[in-house]
Design a binder for this molecule. Sequence first.
Ligand SMILES: NC(=O)c1ccc[n+]([C@@H]2O[C@H](COP(=O)([O-])OP(=O)(O)OC[C@H]3O[C@@H](n4cnc5c(N)ncnc54)[C@H](OP(=O)(O)O)[C@@H]3O)[C@@H](O)[C@H]2O)c1
Length: 283
Amino acid sequence: MLKILVTGATGNVGQEVLRLLLSHDCDVCAAVRNPNSAKHLLDSNIKSVPFDFTNPDTFYHAFLQVNKIFLVRPPALANIRLQIAPALDAAKLAGVEHIVFLSILGAERNRFLPHSKIEHYIKQLGIKATFLRCSFFMQNLNTTHREDIKTRGELLLPAGNGKTSFIDIRDIAAVAVRTLIEDGHQSRAYALTGKKALTYYEVADIFTSVLGKPIRYNPSLVKFVQQMHSSGLSINFILVMVAIYTTARLGLAGNITSDTEQLLNRLPLTMRQYVEDYRHFWL
Ligand SMILES: NC(=O)c1ccc[n+]([C@@H]2O[C@H](COP(=O)([O-])OP(=O)(O)OC[C@H]3O[C@@H](n4cnc5c(N)ncnc54)[C@H](OP(=O)(O)O)[C@@H]3O)[C@@H](O)[C@H]2O)c1
């Protein structure tokens, strides 16, 4: 039976991938740093194996008899050569046949992105791969921006009037599972976006209408940095976020593709659907 190892298993996309894989006829295993704390997050039917990208002692057991990997780069690991490549070397040695990698939109154009370096490294190793180059996750709004929206009724981020082609991670996970289970997706890259690009003014209007309370978009860069700093985030993380939102402000985050729709045989989930389904996060 096909054995699939899911990394980033306790994270946004990994949890959803695991949930969907449970209804398929395959042997699924969650690769987790801390099996005890992961227990609270994962379905009790999901088995797990200790795995840490930065601890080579965990590689042998994690990759044993694994055919396919869903690969997530933890956001804190930016040194690909030192922190990700050793695990990929071990996967190759263990005979892993296919990697589905959660990458980022534009990775093929910007070789300085860690995702671009990972794509390049996987190709060099000669492991067959599928690159899911995703747009900005809708779910950033119920994680990173949750408190601002919930307690201050404010969407505070410096994206100006630029549009973003938001995608729901439930769609990303559904595509990931399809590319893991079906043949024909090896050596392919997909650019995954939602169906419609929105400005954050439009996003705030959707929140206002669904939550039934006013949510205002505030594009102030200074307030954003102050707010992120006072919530304890590292300066590196804040700079990465400023860079991401600047890309949107410059109008470079709004491209729409048809890959998600074609791979799912349905329209991608909308922002309104997402806010309705996740409304408990902000009330
Ligand atoms: N947010 C976006 O809009 C967006 C868009 C495109 C692409 N991406 C990419 O998506 C990826 C993040 O995906 P996500 O949001 O699903 O992840 P996430 O929720 O940030 O979770 C990160 C996962 O990595 C695990 N992890 C952390 N350090 C680890 C280590 N040393 N060894 C093994 N596992 C480790 C965490 O496990 P623990 O429970 O042990 O901490 C957790 O499961 C990033 O590469 C990001 O650049 C994000």
